[in-house]
Ligand binder design. Sequence first.
Ligand SMILES: [Zn+2]
Length: 289
Amino acid sequence: MKYCIKCGQTLEDHGQQCPACLHEVKRIHGHLAFAPKLAEDGEGFEAEYFLKLSNLEPASFWFRSRNRLLIWALQKYFPGAASFMEIGCGTGFVLSGISEAIPELALSGSEVFSAGLALAAERLPGVELFQMDARHIPFRDEFDVIGAFDVLEHVKEDEEVLSQIYQATRKGGGILVTVPHHRFLWSQVDEHARHMRRYSSRELKDKVRRAGFDVVKLTSFVSTLLPLLVVSRFRQRLSAKESDPGSEFRIGSFLNATFERMMDAERFLVRSGISFPVGGSLLLVARRK
Ligand SMILES: [Zn+2]
């Protein structure tokens, strides 16, 4: 169900004027924009950032492996899902992977920065894309599954986002969430990426439960690479300002391929039922009651 972001009136379609308060959702570059004031905040920076990201993702072991893990989780925990919405879809790399693996799933993507949507639109013909603030989601009981991948750590009001997501999912549906794991790994990488926090597994689980969900799977990933991550972050702390936060992604192709194989092995273990207690990131799957 769709509703008016201004007055809460139920709507057939977000593209129409609200019959109750006459509010009309703006469009930016053709996409419905529910929070246009936020859309172009720091647009120059975001446009450049998303462009860099979209060149990096297809070859990077990290983005490729995360996609495979997410597709596995989606198929395993929500095999009957007909609709999926991603919050913070960025350049559309995750949605394009899902669309290839599960073509029958109806996909939607939202992003607060309109610069990401322009790139996502190129990758995702036929996917509904809109600009939205995750703290104000104009849907109720609408999507079988909602995904937020490395999004919650950017938002001060992460619990508000989770309860909005709860409202927007259908009963029996649920969520897939990834966040950075372990507070002790906090470094300039997090600051550069404008993270508010890294999560302990307890914190993530508690917040998701308070929003109303039942947690069905929680595992760390990038676990086999944790020792390397610790060294890399520790060296950055020592070398202070000069370090380059993007350097962890710019590794040689041999290392990239090796790390990808390690992530394959890790995923094999997760699929067989193992949950890793430590790692660079957390994956959580939860169901709406
Ligand atoms: Zn209205």
